[in-house]
Design a protein around this ligand. Structure first.
Ligand SMILES: *Cc1c(COP(=O)(O)O)cnc(C)c1O
Length: 374
């Protein structure tokens, strides 16, 4: 539940006023509105949202109310959630691996688009009796670097395989489309350009013109502290579209780039021993992503909300559970005057936190609080 009463100006303000006893997920709705506006103004096509990045009901409702019309969903649970909160929204089922039961569920929910990256998965879709003309987007991958986390290593046909799948989609009477995912927190606009040009080449090689090209997610958040400029990404996509003889309509499905910067996550120092710091949450909880991604920018406050300003020293940081792997990778720079009861507020924590948290050892609970700015 999101607490809106007595809205504080900032995380530090909330900490000082309320003295929270659990970790706090801070949310600034204005940032989510601004991110949606940036995508809608700058992206030259349909903007959808990847639900898995943050399936909180208030997030989905706000995006829907703000004029976002489509969602990338990956499971019956996500489909049911979107159908309940955003009735009539377009849903794109872009998890290319599905059981027959999952396909039936999605079909009954009126799924508008499906991705495939493999012939057997296409067989399953066709056997399930998708209505003629349904969009099937072939997911492909390139060996492109630039993403912190490489989605290409799990899903995506190679270019030749993608061309063959496109031909099969067309022959089956479905609407052919192409899709890719450059990998999350992609810092390099050129990655999108390479993929868009490859999509044009695949379409040409197959002799199949595609109705839509879904450029996936991967757009970066400001987790490293630099403000994000999405315009170079949009410009790169726009200019690479010249590679198509007939330009398909564009779709994007940001997750992190849409929500991450609208949230911060505050955890408290529960114990301090020389250069070892124990926090009230760790890798089994809200900090789950820290094991596979760089640690985002953070600020340190005393319980009174004042910034700690001491010279920095490197410390090893542990989560609260009794498992020795519950430790943040490497070391973190912390002010010398860090004390028990202090707060560490990590920025850009809106993506891949809700939904990734376990209740291991009885932890993983936090307060959700709206603040004016994070
Ligand atoms: C996870 C995912 C996204 C969102 O990725 P971000 O890096 O969070 O933007 C988009 N599309 C698909 C198919 C995904 O699996």
């Amino acid at each position: 539940m999101l607490t809106r009463a007595e809205r504080a100006a900032s995380p530090a303000d909330h900490i000082a006023t309320h003295g929270p006893e659990r970790p706090v997920h801070f949310f600034a709705s204005a940032v989510l509105d601004a991110n949606l506006a940036r995508f809608r103004a700058g992206f030259p096509g349909l903007v959808t949202y990847a639900v898995k990045a943050n399936p909180a009901e208030h997030v989905l409702r706000q995006l829907w109310a703000g004029g976002l019309h489509g969602f990338d969903v990956a499971s019956p649970e996500e489909i049911a959630l979107v159908a309940r909160l955003c009735p009539g929204a377009a849903m794109h089922y872009n998890n290319p691996v599905r059981t027959p039961a999952e396909i039936r569920f999605a079909l009954a929910a009126g799924m508008q688009s499906w991705s495939v990256d493999d012939g057997r998965e296409l067989d399953k879709l066709l056997a399930a009796g998708l209505p003629q003309g349904t969009e099937i987007a072939v997911r492909f991958r390139l060996a492109v670097s630039g993403a912190v986390y490489n989605f290409g290593s799990k899903f995506g046909a190679d270019e030749t395989g993608a061309a063959q799948l496109l031909q099969r989609v067309q022959a089956a009477g479905m609407t052919p489309a192409l899709t890719f995912h450059v990998g999350t927190q992609c810092a390099d606009p050129a990655a999108y350009g390479s993929y868009v040009r490859a999509a044009a080449a695949i379409s040409g090689q197959a002799g199949v013109s595609v109705a839509r090209l879904n450029v996936g997610g991967g757009f970066p958040s400001g987790r490293d502290g630099n403000p994000v400029d999405l315009e170079p990404f949009f410009a790169e996509i726009r200019s690479a579209m010249a590679a198509f003889a007939t330009a398909p309509q564009l779709v994007c499905e940001p997750g992190r780039g849409m929500v991450a910067d609208a949230f911060a996550f505050g955890v408290q120092v529960k114990s301090l021993r020389d250069s070892r710091v124990y926090l009230t949450d760790g890798i089994y909880g809200g900090l789950a992503e820290f094991t596979s991604m760089t640690i985002p920018r953070y600020r340190v406050f005393g319980p009174d909300g004042a910034s700690r300003k001491g010279a920095e020293r490197q410390v090893t940081v542990f989560g609260p559970t009794c498992d020795s792997i519950d430790r943040l990778p490497g070391t973190l720079a912390m002010p010398e005057d860090l004390d028990e009861g202090d707060w560490i507020v990590f920025g850009s924590m809106g993506a891949y936190l809700t939904g990734m948290t376990t209740r291991f050892n009885g932890y993983g609970q936090w307060d959700s609080v709206e603040v004016a700015s994070v």
